[in-house]
Write a protein that binds this ligand. Sequence first.
Ligand code: MLC
Ligand code: AMP
Length: 506
Amino acid sequence: MNPLADALVQPLAGREDAVLIRPNGSTVTGVELHNRSGKIANLLVEAGVKPGHRVAMQATKSIEALTLYLASIRAGALFLPLNTAYTAAELEYFLGDAEPIVAICDPKDQAVLGSIAQANGVTLFTLAADGSGSLTDSAAGQAADFKNAERGPDDLAAILYTSGTTGCSKGAMLSHDNLLSNAESLSEAWRFTEKDMLLHALPIFHAHGLFVAVNVLLRVGGKMIFMPRFDLESVLARLPKATSMMGVPTFYTRLLGDERFDRHLTAHMRLFISGSAPLLAETHHAFEARNGHRILERYGMTETTMSTSNPYDGERRAGTVGMPLPRVEARIANAETGEALPQGDVGVLEVRAPNVFKGYWRMPEKTAEEFREDGFLITGDIARIDEDGYVTIVGRAKDLVISGGYNVYPKEVEIEIDDMDGVLESAVIGGPHPDFGEAVVAVVVPEAGADLDGEAIKLSLQDKLAKFKCPKAVFLVEELPRNTMGKVQKNVLRDDYAAHFAPAKT
Ligand code: MLC
Ligand code: AMP
């Protein structure tokens, strides 16, 4: 038994049809995908990977990168996908913390990753965007037959790193059952079948693109147009062949920004799904006015995969994230005391479900902080549940910016800025942004007499932090607004800098 491999990978062995379609039209059948995953799984085992070991990947999205995920599951390993934007400094932390046996990187990063891998005793393979590299070369000589490693529902299948309000990244441990139960719930809730062709333009190093999109489509035996990234022209060109699409709100505002995205182009589409960041009600309405489709918004987090969803058949209510999925219990509690609040009140959203993760990798204290005694996870999102059961996310108890669907914890950026010469202190906030929803904005207080330059601050952060975490704007001020307790009033800063970026188009 290997729950994920049995459900998602084994059925591929009997599929002669094209399961994955590249933007250039070339295809990979189920049998090919199955055989390739077997070859890579054999290679992983030869490289010393045993069940429970970690396999890390920082590679450009490709079918081969997806195959590595399947191979890792078959070998019983924990797949550790890493955002391609992470810098060497960030990677050093992840590899040191997760201690993978094998890591895969783009050939262009081999020099940097090579030394980190060597220092951590990791075997490194390369994988380029076109699928070439030492991973593919070494797997070519392996047998396609592979006996899947024995795994149980509670065994871990993946670790995804998420940052936190203290600025320290934590590895969220997800089990076979966490992922499979969610793929089952979602495919049923959203009526995915083998007839579906999903336009897949999300990255595969986060929960949305990998555990929602890929797992759901594999589970139902559907197909995917596998795009390397969200590129407006390619998406418009491929849309006529798709039945469904999943995206972050930025995908939908970008599509709306193009007049070719009209009723005609989307007439055949079954479903558009949005998540990872708030979809503005006005985007939802503008989308419907343009093409008649009501975007289905759902809500989740790395630690839980998906927890709530608007209904497929019932009313998709703009500005809400729908109702708890089957087997998900959701409640609203007082953020400080944990006391459950009456229906309709605003408080912190807490969830308990089979999809809730197993804790943070080697951080039992941090894990304990996130759970109530009765097993509910404190999401850190502030929400309300109305009398019909619809959940509305109204804010965040956690200091977090979500930019184009990527999480940025201000603390992580503030630590780096505060460390710079001439900086007294800083506050990082999210400013409304027409494309990314929110953009990272830094407000910096120089030390007396220091000659600081906002552009120089931006530039020097680029070696330390992934690009999406770097501020899109830096303001120099004499002091930060504080309340009587001396705490920085980020709400005041948000108001002060709210108008910095151009207003949204929709
Ligand atoms: C890229 N940049 C970003 C950014 N993406 N900056 C802030 N926020 C982002 N999300 C940087 C680039 O490095 C570039 O920097 C500049 O901004 C402009 O880039 P671009 O070419 O416009 O960006 P693009 O490559 O088109 O990417 C934008 C995007 C992408 C929205 C398509 O970010 C994306 O695919 N986001 C999806 C994120 C996602 O999958 N999240 C799910 C997390 S799971 P420069 O300086 O070079 O110009 C989760 C759970 C759940 O949250 O509920 O799903
Ligand atoms: P991540 O850690 O990247 O998984 O991000 C999870 C966070 O994204 C959640 O805690 C929410 O704050 C946010 N999120 C995800 N989906 C939605 C949504 N539909 N609306 C509002 N916020 C969302």
